[in-house]
Design a protein around this ligand. Structure first.
Ligand code: ARG
Length: 566
């Protein structure tokens, strides 16, 4: 809609004296009033007039200056309506010209955004929370890429900590009882559970674990380190299977262990500003002056070991030095809010002016019907099984609806995995979600399959048109009057991307694509595309083509494919 908003903004700026950048154009609440609106409230003070009077004067002044755009005042708003043939031609031509790149911008100007996402823990199954982080983080990356930022996706793997001591001790004792190579995740889980069961009876286990972890932290290249390396490799191999199915890649897979050699220097750097103190033998940064009641950040425990927060500080300094990022986003669950507030508070106490560039992009919990998990007790849901089930159920639906579909199993994978991904992105990320199998996979309602199915129906119209040799005439753009709802939706996509990027909020794209599908389906039930007057068929075909392109683009941003048949 920028092609229409720009002249409107220019004209309003000239008549109000506002700088163009401050002329805020909105979408009217009631579509019957117009396509775009300018609220006059903010001008009332400077102009010393009532907003409706300002609106009436402005409407009269700009009307006639804007080619193909009608202006009229309604109450305190100036409403703008774009001439229908112009709207159709302008929006459709832009989409068809830009194609897969529709909506791309140069807003970012190549500035770097670092995105910390996924970040599961080695030797444990990837959790539903990590799945959410992966799916949301990857969508944010695609949005920012489209806007012209340079993005760096970092998988900050949890590959350090005392649990490795436990696992090494468990492998030493019971390694023979499992087949690590064949099924690493289940084997490691079994060992982990057994450790916690037997630890209660046998205190020597805890001691063995501590000794192993101390050896690991000492950096000595011995058997402990070798086991840790092997665990890391096995786990990463398992995680990669999931990433592959989700179509997610990282620029950097850099675990916490990478920062081990930098921890001393990190602690010194914070201490050198004079904000650290020793409390009960531990080294802390007091944060109560930043926010009342905020607990201190613990940098080193009394036994000399460092913590998750210390490694995160090291990683953050490292990222700043490496990228001088415009933004550094942490896509991590709501349960770590305090952790990230503390990190930012330490930066504030250090007086680092780039602190506001660091954002915790948090998200709510996803509850599976299987109930609450506990790694220690061995109660976990394996994500691979969730994705398998989604694929299998999608296949069953497809086989029923379209028994002759070629490549059905491949499409079922795209639809099933896509359904899980879409479900993760469809609400504001801060909301908790209840995962309901029937709802997630339904071909109707607010689901991935519904959007994919809408796209496939449009693709089928285009195929039939080609087979019948239809199309090719000069389109009658004026005939798309009743498709204004579809066209306005499509036209809004670039603005939706900008807003979704600013808020790190993929659900804005989900909401947009769902709205577009609703509009397209409503239009389609009322209009026949094929077999009309050539100029009419051509206009409707162009609308179908532009809609399919826009929907596919939206799906791609969210991390879903757009099958042409399903
Ligand atoms: N591995 C952590 C966990 O599973 C998440 C890490 C998030 N990233 C970070 N830089 N702290 O809880």
């Amino acid at each position: 809609m920028e092609q229409f908003e720009a002249p409107i903004r220019r004209s309003l700026a000239a008549h109000t004296g506002l700088p163009e950048a401050e002329v805020r154009i909105e979408v009217p609440r009631d579509a019957a009033l117009g396509d775009l609106a300018f609220p006059c409230f903010a001008l009332a003070k400077t102009l010393r007039k009532a907003p409706p009077a300002i609106a009436a004067e402005l409407a009269a002044a700009v009307e006639g200056e804007l080619e193909g755009i009608d202006a009229a005042a309604t109450g305190p708003y100036v409403n703008f309506t774009i001439e229908r043939a112009l709207l159709a031609r302008s929006v459709i031509e832009q989409v068809l010209e830009e194609g897969e790149r529709y909506g791309d911008g140069t807003l970012g100007g190549g500035e770097t955004v670092v995105i910390d996402l996924s970040s599961p823990n080695i030797a444990k199954p990837m959790s539903v929370g990590h799945l959410r982080s992966t799916v949301i983080g990857a969508a944010i990356q695609r949005i920012l890429d489209a806007l012209g930022y340079r993005t760096v996706a970092i998988n900050h793997i949890g590959d350090w900590g005392s649990q490795f001591g436990k696992l090494v001790a468990a492998i030493d004792r019971w390694g023979e009882s499992v087949d690590l190579e064949a099924d690493p995740i289940r084997s490691l889980l079994a060992l982990y559970v057994r450790f916690h069961e037997e630890e209660e009876e046998d205190p020597s286990l805890a001691e063995a674990a501590r000794t192993s972890f101390r050896e690991l932290e000492s950096g000595v290249e011995g058997p402990v380190r070798a086991t840790w390396r092997r665990l890391t490799e096995l786990s990463l191999g398992e995680f990669d299977k999931i990433y592959k199915r989700l179509g997610v890649t990282f620029q950097l897979v850099r675990g916490e262990a990478y920062f081990e050699p930098m921890l001393e220097e990190t602690v010194d750097r914070i201490a050198s500003v004079g904000i650290t103190e020793v409390s009960e033998g531990a080294l802390i940064v007091d944060l109560s002056e930043i926010a009342e009641g905020m607990p201190p950040c613990l940098l080193r425990k009394s036994d000399g070991t460092t913590l998750y927060a210390t490694r995160d500080m090291a990683a953050l300094f490292h990222r700043w030095e490496e990228y001088a990022f415009h933004r550094c986003l942490y896509v991590v669950g709501a349960d770590q809010k305090l952790h990230f507030r503390q990190l930012k508070a330490v930066l504030q106490r250090m007086g680092l002016e780039w602190e506001p560039r660091v954002e915790h992009v948090w998200f709510g919990m996803l509850r599976l019907p299987e109930g609450k998990m506990s790694t220690r007790k061995g109660r976990v849901v394996f994500l691979e099984e969730v994705l398998d089930r989604a694929r299998d159920e999608a296949l069953a639906i497809i086989e029923e609806k379209n028994p002759d579909l070629a490549g059905a199993s491949e499409i079922a994978e795209q639809v099933g995995v896509g359904a899980v991904v879409f479900n993760d992105l469809k609400r504001e990320r801060i909301k908790d979600i209840e995962f309901e199998w029937d709802e997630v996979l339904s071909f109707e309602g607010e689901t991935g399959p519904y959007v994919q199915y809408t796209h496939a129906r449009l693709a089928s119209i285009l195929r039939r048109a080609e087979a019948a040799g239809e199309g090719g005439a000069d389109p009658d753009w004026g005939a798309l009057e009743e498709a204004a709802g579809v066209l306005l939706r499509i036209g809004r996509f670039p603005a939706v991307l900008r807003s979704a990027g600013a808020h790190a909020e993929p659900s804005e794209v989900t909401t947009w694509v769902l709205g577009l599908c609703r509009e397209v389906n409503a239009w389609y039930t009322r209009h026949r595309v094929l077999g009309q007057e050539p100029a009419l068929t051509e206009a409707r075909l162009a609308l179908v083509r532009a809609s399919a392109t826009a929907i596919a683009r939206g799906l791609a941003i969210l991390g879903l494919t757009a099958p042409r048949e399903m």
